[in-house]
Design a protein around this ligand. Structure first.
Ligand SMILES: Cc1ncc(C[n+]2csc(CCOP(=O)(O)OP(=O)(O)O)c2C)c(N)n1
Ligand SMILES: [Mg+2]
Length: 373
């Protein structure tokens, strides 16, 4: 340090002190052993089995979605394998009345929150019916604009707060998303109002092909919450129990009027960024892939549950078969949904009672006529 009064003025040390505070929070290690007994959420046997079932189901949903996409039967799809603990264990800590504001990779959470699978497939196909959310299902359509959902979540959280509801707004983005202006605005706004929001950053190491190290100079993404004055935590995102506890704790504080939390879940996506031509072998090595596969959330949770005699191959196969059957039904229903028409797009944008601009009316008449042939 060049200055003389180094002891009383050391911004470098301040930064280092803050950054070094962020240790990885883990409850279940890679072998499926509890390493942090104090933090064990002590879920009931039924809850443990339910969480495992959801993760297995979602892994199958991912595999089937990839294959349906390759057959040309789905449109936009962002693979989820590797992120099951980050996605489903955080969701497991929520209640039905909570609102979820997902990014494009967060389809599993909104499906488990009540969005029919058929609608998730229609969303993938770009069909507007996929974004028509049933009454009572508190989810937003997946956001494609990186980070935008952080501002929307701050708004939803403020709304819940003003209505005095005991519910939270939970939103998800990625490591890349934490570089967006919307990310900072969202966490700052919720911090300033002490609104009941939970901001989850799934740090899967890459924003398409851009590695985490080039994304930000910050040592952790969790520390970004400190600047907004909100409690923040760095969690092992491959550990379902750690993710669950961190989210449960954040939810409790939020509904008790203690404001928002930022959770960084350290994880990995095994597949490509999306199915639109991304080739991960161009920016990742197979060594890194296999290093992360050893941390797999399903592998460690399976070992943990088998140790408790709560899980076996038969149970797993039951879930796999159920998933395959339900996916088959849902895609059938999606196929049976009438194709969207240009006239639909115009009609759903306008309240039928309001006056439509003449040029749109002209187009509506043109397409209605054309589509009737
Ligand atoms: C505002 C905006 N800029 C750029 C893009 C293009 N884009 C789509 S995904 C992506 C990377 C996002 O990475 P990350 O936030 O880490 O999420 P991940 O895909 O890894 O889950 C980018 C840059 C976009 N959709 N929106
Ligand atoms: Mg990422």
């Amino acid at each position: 340090m060049a200055t003389k009064n180094a002891k009383s003025f050391d911004p470098v040390k301040t930064l280092e002190t803050i950054e070094n505070q962020f240790e990885l929070f883990q409850v279940l290690n890679e072998k499926g052993e509890i390493v942090n007994k104090e933090a064990d959420p002590n879920l009931s046997d039924d809850e443990l089995v339910e969480l495992m079932s959801r993760m297995v189901y979602t892994r199958i949903l991912d595999q089937r979605s990839i294959s349906l996409n390759r057959q040309g039967r789905l449109g936009f799809y962002a693979p989820t394998a590797g992120q099951e603990a980050s996605q489903l264990a955080s969701h497991f800590a929520l209640e039905k009345e909570d609102f979820i504001l997902p990014g494009y990779r967060d389809v599993p959470q909104i499906v488990w929150h009540g969005l029919p699978l058929t609608k998730a497939f229609l969303f993938s196909r770009g069909h507007f019916v996929g974004n028509q959310i049933p009454e009572g299902v508190n989810v937003f359509p997946p956001q494609i604009i990186i980070g935008a959902q952080f501002i929307q979540a701050a708004g939803v959280a403020l709304g819940l707060q003003k209505r005095g509801e005991k519910a939270v707004a939970v939103t998800y983005t990625g490591d890349g998303g934490s570089s967006q202006g919307d990310f900072y605005e969202g966490i700052n706004f919720a911090g300033a109002f002490r609104s009941p929001a939970i901001f989850i950053v799934q740090n899967n190491q890459f924003a398409i092909s851009t590695p985490r190290e080039l994304q930000t100079a910050a040592k952790t993404i969790a520390q970004k919450g400190i600047a907004a004055g909100i409690p923040s935590i760095l969690v092992d995102g491959m550990d379902p129990l750690a993710v669950y506890v961190a989210t449960k704790d954040a939810r409790e504080r939020a509904v008790n009027g203690e404001g928002p939390t930022l959770i960084e879940t350290l994880c990995y996506r095994y597949g490509p960024h999306t199915m639109a031509g991304d080739d991960p072998t161009r920016y990742r090595t197979s060594d890194t892939d296999s290093e992360w596969e050893k941390k797999d959330p399903l592998v460690r949770f399976r070992a943990y549950l088998e140790g408790k005699k709560l899980w076996n191959e038969e149970k797993e196969n039951e879930v796999i078969e159920r998933a395959k059957e339900e996916i088959k039904q849902a895609i059938k229903e999606a196929d049976a949904t009438p194709k969207q028409k240009v006239s639909d797009l115009i009609n759903i944008m306008y309240d039928p009672k309001s006056e439509m601009p003449f040029n749109l009316k002209e187009q509506l008449d043109f397409y209605t006529e054309k589509e009737s042939k």
